[in-house]
Ligand binder design. Structure first.
Ligand SMILES: Cc1cc2nc3c(=O)[nH]c(=O)nc-3n(C[C@H](O)[C@H](O)[C@H](O)COP(=O)(O)OP(=O)(O)OC[C@H]3O[C@@H](n4cnc5c(N)ncnc54)[C@H](O)[C@@H]3O)c2cc1C
Length: 513
């Protein structure tokens, strides 16, 4: 397998996604972050930049604080299908929230897609936006039954969809439905355009600023970035989970999904967006990058820290190879998304913040749409305007969900462990067995240690206790990171925070040779 190393935009993993060959423009260093801002946004992914641009456009003085650089998060590792049907299916939404809510959800998807088109047109963002049909297909009796329910509920919600004779690709199927007027785009070209437009309107953006906390005081929000503090009237977390332990830590679960970008020897690239109904499902589409077409195929999702990343990628490769004639595997990567407890995202004011602090999270695999809606809803709320979708996605909604107890239990698998401070190499037999570029959590004298051996044989030892809520991290051999199975905090090989809610690095452990 060849991996494209021509990456212009850094990302939170060691694998290079198909989009990273396009650079998000260098963000000029902000000379000084001074004075009071109307709005500060944490996170320069699609959600944060859409929010900041829509507010800056309305004359607000905005500052975006980004822990790394724009596109570093999931926006750089997405697959950028744009749909008005979602991972929370219309039958599920109808049954949990009612028919009216399902229709509202459908309209919100259409409006978000229109918003992407509007911003692209207004600011001349050339992001390869194309309308496409989307095919969803069943492969056995049970799936066909579910597909029929999906068709009926989607139509009741007002979505344009019908039964189709084909499924838009070569994969065998039993029944297929076709959603009209879906779309795709290049996520980093779009993000680059948002950043450019925002800065041209006078918006400020600072890289390398990890927001570590917020406090509402005297009608103001004080935003902490390590030792520094900034002030604003309203603050937005566009960072998936807000840092620290709060209700979202228990209402959203982190998942990883896997993607490969391949060339096909027979040129049989699907024209449409394609989805099967497996659990987890596969998603496919085609994108031309620098004159070369690629089939972009994703799937094999699992809860972060609970699966085998290398196996997931291998299974995805086998799935694609079973149905397509692969020429070259040009890209392979994984990325992270968050699932909410009741299936719909949380977008709006954080409960208890007095309408000063806002968030958009729990997007599942639909964050291009829900991230755009975050911009639309949060900017309306900050500007004091009504938004038709605010109630549906309200983070403070109280929704009794049957699976809630199990979900909370699963999320609360927080354990406290004794961690070694130092250890001697000769006392740890696992060190000899540890392969190059391999990492694992081992026990030493009843205590746990995370060890990693680099290609020169040098071993790094860390405390495996996530600094967020005390769970034990797991080694991700694909992205060369330490991932927390509870809330999705991720650390690099030196233990530094890459992403997620932790604010502090994993503790280094001394190794005596
Ligand atoms: C493999 C995969 C495929 C997907 N495919 C699709 C798809 O086809 N269609 C779709 O609609 N959705 C898809 N999604 C979901 C979608 O990509 C994401 O929901 C979306 O990119 C999230 O954007 P965001 O701006 O909210 O987050 P991100 O892009 O992750 O941006 C968050 C930013 O916040 C920064 N940050 C984090 N913490 C802090 C902090 N404390 N202070 C300051 N900055 C911070 C990060 O560095 C990052 O840059 C997919 C997800 C995955 C994993």
């Amino acid at each position: 397998m060849t991996d494209n190393t021509n990456s212009k935009t850094p990302r939170d993993g060691s694998r290079v996604s198909a989009w990273q060959t396009t650079g998000v423009p260098e963000v000029p260093a902000v000379s000084s972050i001074a004075g009071h801002y109307d709005v500060i946004v944490a996170g320069a992914g699609l959600s944060g930049m859409t929010t900041a641009l829509l507010l800056q456009q309305q004359g607000k003085k905005c500052l975006v604080l980004e822990a790394a650089s724009p596109g570093f998060g999931t926006t750089g590792g997405t697959t950028a299908h744009l749909n008005n049907f979602f991972d929370a299916t219309y039958p599920e939404v109808e049954s949990d929230f009612g028919e009216e809510a399902a229709a509202l959800l459908a309209r919100s998807g259409n409006e978000a897609m229109d918003q992407i088109k509007t911003l692209s047109a207004r600011y001349g963002i050339d992001c390869d936006f194309e309308h496409k049909d989307a095919f969803l297909f069943s492969q056995d009796e049970q799936e066909t039954k579910e597909l029929d329910q999906m068709l009926a509920a989607s139509q009741r919600a007002g979505v344009i969809v019908e039964e189709a004779a084909g499924n838009g690709t070569v994969i065998p199927f039993e029944r297929a439905i076709r959603y009209e007027n879906q779309a795709q785009f290049h996520p980093l070209k779009y993000l680059a355009g948002l950043v450019r437009a925002y800065q041209e309107l006078g918006g400020e953006l600072a890289n390398g600023k990890l927001v570590t906390g917020t406090e509402v005081k005297d009608e103001k929000v004080l935003v902490s970035c390590g030792e520094e503090t900034y002030g604003c009237s309203h603050f937005v977390y566009a960072t998936h989970l807000p840092p620290g332990i709060n209700q979202f830590s228990f209402k959203c679960a982190p998942y990883r999904s896997y993607v490969i970008g391949v060339t096909l020897t027979d040129g049989n690239y699907p024209e449409a967006l394609i989805y099967d109904m497996k659990e987890p499902y596969h998603y496919l589409r085609t994108h031309e990058i620098d004159g070369q077409k690629y089939l972009i195929a994703g799937g094999e999702d699992h809860k972060t820290g609970h699966g085998d990343p290398e196996q997931s990628l291998a299974t995805l490769r086998d799935y694609v190879a079973e149905h397509f004639r692969i020429g070259q595997i040009a890209f392979s990567w994984s990325s992270q998304y968050y699932v909410s407890v009741d299936g719909l995202p949380y977008i709006g004011a954080m409960p208890g913040s007095g309408d000063r602090i806002f968030t958009g999270t729990g997007f599942n695999g639909n964050g291009m749409i829900f991230g755009t809606l975050t911009g639309m809803i949060v900017s309306d709320l900050i500007l004091g305007k009504q938004n038709p979708y605010a109630a549906l996605f309200d983070p403070g909604r109280v929704k009794p969900v049957a699976s809630f107890t199990e979900f909370v239990k699963e999320q609360a698998d927080v354990a406290y462990h004794f961690i070694a401070d130092r250890f001697r190499a000769e006392d740890l037999p696992e060190l000899a067995d540890l392969g190059v570029n391999e990492g694992k959590v081992v026990s030493y004298d009843g205590k746990k240690i995370a060890i990693y051996k680099d290609e020169t044989g040098k071993v790094t030892a860390l405390s495996p206790t996530c600094t967020h809520a005390g769970c034990i991290v797991d080694f991700n051999p694909l992205e060369k990171t330490w991932d927390c199975p509870c809330h999705g905090g991720r650390y690099d090989l030196q233990g530094r925070v890459i992403t997620g809610p932790p604010q502090k690095a994993l503790k280094q452990i001394g190794l005596d040779s």
